[in-house]
Design a protein around this ligand. Structure first.
Ligand code: AMP
Ligand code: MG
Length: 485
């Protein structure tokens, strides 16, 4: 389809007008295309060639409004680092309407009623990170919002004293942009029961349509979100992903990864790793993610009190951690080639030991699984031990592993076939993104596009980028990033 043939549908104006703002984007100066995602184009039926045209940049920049589109920003609240903030909202995001149920949203297109002290902008650096990572997560089967395109500009944006940066806009797409924080805001409105009911019906229509005619559907919506979030966080941890800012306003009602900030795919395995520089206490550390997700779901249960039986929600929430552990173990078993459904054994001890060994060995987390997938046999493990700072813990674990394989009557070659499906050759690490950002700041977007291609095809060979399949260089491993974006 041509860009001009896209017809957008806006369904948010059913809510009270105090719950959103109709507005126009404030375009960036001298915008230019940095990258677009063909696979995201497919979702809305947009022809790829359309993205190469000037009009497409105008569309992303908010200068061209498509048929049916009526831009608006949404209000929400949220618990940030444990503290309730009564009013947040799309401070720099503008919703344009949906195509094929994908709600299009630009991030970085100027001030809104909800900008607070912010400038409504997003810098190129963080926009590249969000653009590439949402596509990378999708390719690993991790539920996420998507990204259609990224534009840069000459618009000056100030984030630190040392450097003047430039503004960018990412066009994001999601089946839903409703957050736990949206319910928190609606729960505090004067007409909370009516507003919450309307919002819950909206979320059900968007994300849980099979519940539309069910009795107790708001409670069931909560239960499904508990299930989805348990699975989501398990998938994050299985791949070593840390979100970095799991405030309740950054938790999706559809169970998607949302709002990419100072996230990281872990380099060297560390259970308590913290990727967000401002998270001094480690509230959002790698290991704490399931607990904090459960905490956020409790916040949601509280917000739903007017329309649900709170005790029932809390009682269902008790299944959250067990569900999370179940999915986590299933997938971790697959990462080491074991199929829990066949062996009937969760191999809990083996997996716990593996995590301890990876940490003691100071081993690159995702590279370990890739090397295990590739080695010729368990008698020749130097490719694995070579990526460890200390070999002994891994050698010891491999002995245990061999014992379990024997006990469970498994064939390592067949196990490797299973592993190939789940252990990618490439995982997008922060240092790679930084290289692409450094080039992009100089006006060279080739690496951004190459990384997008790698992110979208992580199991394939990318001959030119063999070095990205190796452990993160020590000087770049496990660095913390700032929230400023
Ligand atoms: P985040 O930490 O990016 O999820 O953002 C938290 C809140 O701050 C949200 O309400 C955002 O819309 C808002 N925000 C973040 N950065 C900016 C900015 N540069 N301008 C306006 N609002 C912002
Ligand atoms: Mg956010």
């Amino acid at each position: 389809m041509k860009l001009d043939e896209l017809k957008l549908n806006v369904d948010y104006f059913q809510f009270d007008e105090s719950l959103f703002q109709k507005l126009a984007a404030q375009p960036l100066n001298n915008p230019h295309l940095v990258s677009y995602s063909k696979s995201a184009c497919d979702l809305i039926g947009l022809d790829y060639e359309e993205c190469e045209k000037e009009d497409f940049v105008k569309f992303i920049n908010g200068e061209k409004v498509l048929d049916g589109s009526q831009p608006y920003s949404m209000v929400y609240a949220g618990h940030q680092f444990g503290y309730f903030v009564p009013q947040l909202g799309d401070g720099r995001a503008i919703n344009l309407g949906s195509v094929n149920d994908w709600h299009l949203q630009t991030k970085g297109s100027g001030l809104t009623r909800y900008s607070r002290q912010g400038d409504g902008r997003a810098v190129l650096r963080s926009s590249i990170r969000e653009f590439i990572m949402s596509e990378a997560m999708h390719s690993l089967g991790i539920p996420t919002t998507r990204a259609l395109a990224l534009i840069g500009s000459s618009h000056k944006v100030f984030r630190s004293y040392e450097e003047v940066e430039t503004g960018a806009v990412v066009m994001r797409m999601s089946p839903s942009w409703i957050r736990v924080g949206t319910f928190e805001f609606f729960a505090k409105t004067k007409d909370s029961k009516k507003n919450l009911t309307q919002l819950a019906d909206y979320v059900i229509k968007q994300s849980y349509p099979h519940l539309e005619n069910e009795e107790n559907r708001y409670e069931k919506m909560f239960y499904e979100l508990v299930d989805n979030t348990a699975e989501l966080i398990a998938k994050w941890q299985v791949y070593g992903f840390m979100h970095g800012v799991m405030n309740s306003d950054n938790m999706s009602m559809a169970g998607l990864t949302i709002d990419y900030g100072p996230y990281a795919f872990m380099d060297i395995f560390e259970k308590h790793n913290i990727c967000n520089h401002t998270d001094v206490e480690g509230r959002y550390s790698y290991n704490n993610q399931p607990h904090i997700a459960g905490w956020n779901l409790e916040v949601l249960a509280n917000a739903l009190k007017d329309i649900c039986d709170f005790e029932k929600l809390m009682s269902y929430l008790e299944t959250f951690i067990p569900q999370h552990i179940k999915v986590y173990l299933e997938l971790m078993n697959k990462r080491i080639g074991l199929d829990e459904s066949l062996s009937g054994n969760s191999n809990l001890d083996l997996i716990i030991e593996l995590l301890g060994s990876l940490e003691s060995a100071k081993c690159d987390y995702n590279c370990f699984f890739y090397e295990l997938t590739k080695i010729k046999s368990l008698e020749e493990v130097s490719a694995i031990t070579d990526i460890c700072v200390f070999r002994e813990p891994i050698i010891k674990w491999l002995k245990e592993y061999k014992k379990v394989i024997k006990e469970q009557n498994q064939d390592f070659k067949i196990m490797q076939k299973l592993m190939k499906k789940i252990n990618p050759k490439y995982v997008i690490k922060n240092y790679m993104l930084q290289e692409s950002i450094d080039n992009a700041k100089e006006g060279d977007f080739k690496l951004v596009n190459d990384l997008l291609n790698i992110a979208q095809n992580p199991f394939d060979e990318h001959k030119e980028f063999e070095r990205y399949s190796k452990p993160t260089p020590a000087e770049h491993a496990n660095l913390r990033l700032s929230c400023s974006s």
